[in-house]
Design a protein around this ligand. Sequence first.
Ligand code: GTP
Ligand code: MG
Length: 195
Amino acid sequence: MTINEAKFAGSCTRVSQKPSRKLPEFAFIGRSNVGKSSLINMLCGNRKLAKTSQTPGKTKLINHFLINDSWYLVDLPGYGFAKISKEGREELRKMINDYIGQSEDMVLLFVLIDCRHDITRIDRDFITGLGENGIPFAIIFTKCDKLGPNALKAQIERDRHILSEQWEELPPMFTSSADTGAGRDEILEYIRKYI
Ligand code: GTP
Ligand code: MG
């Protein structure tokens, strides 16, 4: 699938405020700074579409991007960001969970994991919540340009091992790099099958 057109369609904090057109949504979630916004830009071939930052906690709202006038990519705020108040973190957590639980148009959630580190307790707890609520998801290992092929393979194996302690069947997994464009075709092809 090719993305011919990607437009910002609005920011919201809850389902009742999201764009009114009922179109399939594919959302990106993960820890702050994992590369959600950068990945959306890479998929769309537009570095300026979603705002990115070296400082974690950049995306604080739920942002919709209308793709090919027929579906949405949704950029969610990061979870588990330590450098905000407990109340602020709780508010974000609620915003994310309410949205994921309530948006009837959400087809699939991509959970992003930084390929340089073992999957964290926070990620695992989040994934457990998805399982408990029956929310379909896939995993994307981001920033794969930062590791050589062997190290990347070994890291993914470790994460698969960690996840299989809890899950009998593992979700689909992809690797991506916003810098090199790796993973773009595979992720878009995967989305296409759902549309
Ligand atoms: P929040 O909105 O703060 O939750 O962060 P985010 O997950 O949207 O991350 P963002 O896309 O803003 O990227 C965070 C930092 O990681 C930026 O400095 C990006 O340039 C960098 N980054 C993102 N993706 C990649 C990647 O694939 N490779 C490399 N080398 N750097 C990346
Ligand atoms: Mg962001």
